[in-house]
Design a protein around this ligand. Structure first.
Ligand code: 5GP
Length: 182
């Protein structure tokens, strides 16, 4: 499907890859599975800033279990659209995760470098369990082997924006997931 996103400006063209409705439907399905898997527990959902904020806020409102949230920021591509391969924590958690059921919430897995690093880093803080939820996965782009525990959509190797994802800090507010044409 090819159409313009709400918010189009400067004559740039967006192709919609996933509509807001498709994302909403899939998040409800994911939340059902996660609520089932974590029944009787109170997981701590760790949102990776900033791209996963929109996904986290929609996901937690579909989960029917008690939960906590926290935020972590890691270095990303900045204004570039290519992975630097360097991962650095820019903002750390506000709490210890020792003994907790931890779920990392990510927007997209690309090379796998960010999540491999975070799983190692957070895993060394002795959580009781540690799993990863990602809305999107681009498995063709891996530089390191990595498979998320929960995944919304597997997508092709295209640079996507909207639904929280940016290009140079723009377009995060678009309700659909779009491909930004060159
Ligand atoms: P990885 O470390 O797996 O290469 O990259 C993960 C991070 O790269 C994501 O959290 C996201 O910030 C960024 N990223 C990867 N692919 C895309 C994409 O297609 N669009 C946007 N906006 N960011 C991406």
């Amino acid at each position: 499907m090819t159409e313009k996103c709400a918010g189009e400006d400067n004559n740039e063209k967006f192709e919609v890859m996933l509509t807001a409705e498709q994302i909403e439907t899939r998040i409800k399905e994911m939340a059902e599975v996660i609520s089932h898997d974590y029944r009787g527990k109170k997981p701590l959902l760790i949102c990776i800033l900033k791209g996963a904020v929109v996904f986290l806020s929609d996901l937690i409102r579909c989960l029917n279990i008690p939960l906590e949230i926290d935020f972590i920021a890691v270095s990303s591509y900045g204004a570039d659209t290519k992975s630097s391969g360097v991962v650095r924590i820019l903002k750390d958690l506000e709490q210890s995760i020792q003994g907790k059921e931890v779920l990392i919430v990510e927007d997209i897995v690309d090379t796998g470098l960010t999540l491999s690093y975070l799983v190692d880093n957070l895993g060394s803080r002795h959580p009781n369990s540690l799993k990863v939820i990602t809305l999107l996965d681009k498995p063709d782009c891996r530089k390191v082997e990595y498979k998320p525990d929960y995944c919304g959509f597997t997508i092709p190797d295209r640079f996507v924006i909207g639904y929280g994802l940016d290009c140079g800090e723009n377009y995060r507010q678009l309700p659909d997931l779009c491909v930004l044409n060159d």
